[in-house]
Design a protein around this ligand. Structure first.
Ligand SMILES: NC(=O)c1ccc[n+]([C@@H]2O[C@H](COP(=O)([O-])OP(=O)(O)OC[C@H]3O[C@@H](n4cnc5c(N)ncnc54)[C@H](OP(=O)(O)O)[C@@H]3O)[C@@H](O)[C@H]2O)c1
Length: 312
């Protein structure tokens, strides 16, 4: 370890933390992590997927977001193969949907308490863990994406009852929530919520109230779609003229400017940008070192939210 650095400044493997350090469910993690959903695009090239995860660890990433329904278990399998206990990576998974390989979408809702329990067992098996460090309960209260119908409309309290039971049993270390409303989060806080994942980026900022509440409550805000995703129906950070101007003036890419703004926006932000491209992975990690002058920051802060343009 270099002189003058504390153990919080470097990962378990001694790498300086990109974006500095943040807190997640009692763990210290690098503020720049990795969202593994895009890895499913590498299902035909498993060794490339493993190499990408190894590169992430080398670059100082120790927070990886996944789900059993990413590539019908492929992504969890690759994580189990690539990530070693000594890497000190906090693997965060999510439940509330299950793989549906033959269906119209690759996933189907699985919100009922018995389905949540079965999904935790699936993740334990595929990740090869005795305990899942953090499990996000993906609610379907707020878009974008699939919504609950029929018996899949389940009261949050009934779900939290099974989540807390699984935490008491030691199957999960901490509970997170995804696609949740402000009132839903308020009601769930007494159960002990470690993190929230909602769709949020520099150009889709409808959830500012949730960001603030999370900051006040010591809950990590881990936005999904931090760049606007690969889905055409979601506004892209890189299409925003103010982001392009800022990137040009600083000498970084628009994606990097968008990620650096998120880090700057609130202290409880942890990032999980997704990529299947090793060059983009390096660029996303490098975004952790970008600083804005006051004028550039003000220009980015005043970009209007386009959350109403989300069509998914
Ligand atoms: N809780 C939930 O319900 C939920 C829902 C969705 C996603 N998630 C998680 O959130 C993570 C992030 O979301 P996401 O992956 O959908 O969207 P994202 O991070 O907003 O964007 C990913 C897209 O941006 C591209 N990209 C990434 N880095 C780039 C760079 N430096 N330069 C140019 N393009 C770049 C990727 O393409 P390349 O592969 O070509 O780089 C991909 O098309 C997911 O991976 C997943 O783990 C959670």
């Amino acid at each position: 370890m270099p002189t003058g650095t504390s153990s919080f400044d470097v990962t378990a493997t001694g790498v300086p933390r990109p974006g500095g350090s943040g807190r997640l469910a009692g763990h210290t993690v690098s503020r720049i992590g990795y969202g593994a959903m895009q890895l499913e695009r590498l299902h035909g090239d498993r060794s490339a997927a493993v190499a990408l995860l190894r590169r992430a660890v080398e670059l100082g990433i120790d927070h990886i977001d996944t789900a059993q329904f990413y590539g019908n278990g492929f992504v969890n399998d690759v994580i189990r193969e690539a990530i070693r206990p000594e890497d000190g990576v906090v693997v965060v998974t999510k439940i509330g949907a299950d793989p549906d390989p033959g269906g119209p979408l690759p996933l189907r809702t699985a919100q009922r308490p018995e389905e949540l329990r079965a999904s935790v067992e699936d993740n334990l098996r595929s990740l090869g863990l005795d305990r899942l460090p953090v499990v996000n309960l993906r609610r379907l209260d707020a878009g974008p994406g699939i919504r609950a119908v029929g018996d899949q409309v389940v009261d949050l309290d009934d779900q939290l009852a099974v989540m807390t039971a699984m935490r008491d049993e030691g199957k999960i270390g901490a509970i997170g929530l995804g696609s949740v409303t402000l009132d839903g989060l308020r009601g769930a806080l007494p159960a002990g919520i470690a993190c929230v994942q909602n769709a949020y980026s520099l150009v889709t900022r409808a959830d500012e109230d949730l960001v603030r509440l999370c900051a006040e409550e010591g809950v990590a805000w881990v936005p999904f779609f931090p760049l606007g995703s690969a889905f055409p129906q979601i506004p892209k950070v890189t299409d925003e003229p103010a982001v392009r101007d800022a990137a040009a003036s600083i000498g970084c890419t628009p994606s990097q400017a968008g990620l650096a703004w998120l880090l700057r926006h609130a202290p409880n932000v942890l990032l999980i940008p997704g990529t299947a491209n090793p060059g983009h992975l390096e660029a996303n990690v490098a975004a952790g070192a970008i600083a804005f002058d006051d004028a550039t920051l003000a220009a980015l802060d005043s970009v209007p939210s386009r959350s109403a343009d989300i069509r998914l």
